[in-house]
Design a protein around this ligand. Structure first.
Ligand code: MD6
Ligand code: FE
Length: 207
């Protein structure tokens, strides 16, 4: 899939569809839903097995992804409160289903990891390999400040390609790309109507 786009970049990778601006029409409702989730399950900087803390602040809806010094896993419960993560809001599920359908996937997510990047935050190269079903794609929604996403290969040492992700862009990622290494470069400071940060929603089918 080669997609010339609004920003003059094109990107082609089997299993990856970039839907430019797909979530823009729902941005106000999406941010309101993020705020409602964060009021119950606040953003926090999780610890990682190496002993550090992630620069990206995270929370979840549905089945949640958690990190601590013991490792990475999914949990129905927010370890901060001991209660279930907030439910996936309908505006989230509807967007993820529609984006997946446009990209050719039948997809009903059961979890959403919500990442908040303040300027200076980044996410190192990683694979998403804690889910139960790799036939399901991941749907990834970017809101707010733009970021540079890195797509690599199936080995950490494979070369990476950079792509700009802007407010409202949705990436649907599955099939042969499902276990590709990827990361996000350090977020640059800037101004955006939703605030001086970037949100990323990654929808998964965990169970
Ligand atoms: C981010 N996204 O965009 C981090 N993972 O902030 C991810 O780690 C990611 O966007 C799997 C599939 C799509 C993604
Ligand atoms: Fe990821």
């Amino acid at each position: 899939m080669t997609q010339p786009d609004l920003f003059g970049e094109s990107f082609a990778r089997d299993g990856v569809a970039i839907l430019r601006g797909f979530a823009r029409a729902d941005d106000v409702a999406l941010v309101a839903a993020i705020d409602a989730i964060a009021a119950v399950a606040p953003f926090r900087h999780m610890s990682v097995p190496g002993g550090g803390r992630m620069s990206v602040a995270m929370t979840n809806a549905g089945t949640g992804w958690v990190a601590d010094t013991r490792g990475y896993r999914y949990s129905p419960v927010d370890p901060l409160s001991g209660r279930d993560w907030p439910d996936l809001p309908p505006v989230f599920v509807d967007l993820a289903e529609r984006a997946a359908r446009v990209a050719g996937f039948e997809f009903l997510p059961d979890g959403c990891l919500i990442n908040r990047y303040e300027p200076g935050a980044k996410m190192g190269l990683h694979q998403d390999i804690n889910e139960g079903d790799y036939s399901a794609p991941i749907v990834s929604v970017s809101l707010g400040l733009p970021a540079t996403f890195q797509f690599g290969g199936l080995k950490r040492s494979d070369p990476v390609e950079k792509i700009g992700l802007h407010h409202g862009d949705v990436v649907v990622w599955g099939g042969p790309a499902r276990k590709a290494f990827h990361g996000v470069l350090t977020l640059k400071a800037g101004h955006h109507a939703i605030g001086g940060h970037r949100y990323n929603l990654t929808f998964r089918k965990v169970l």
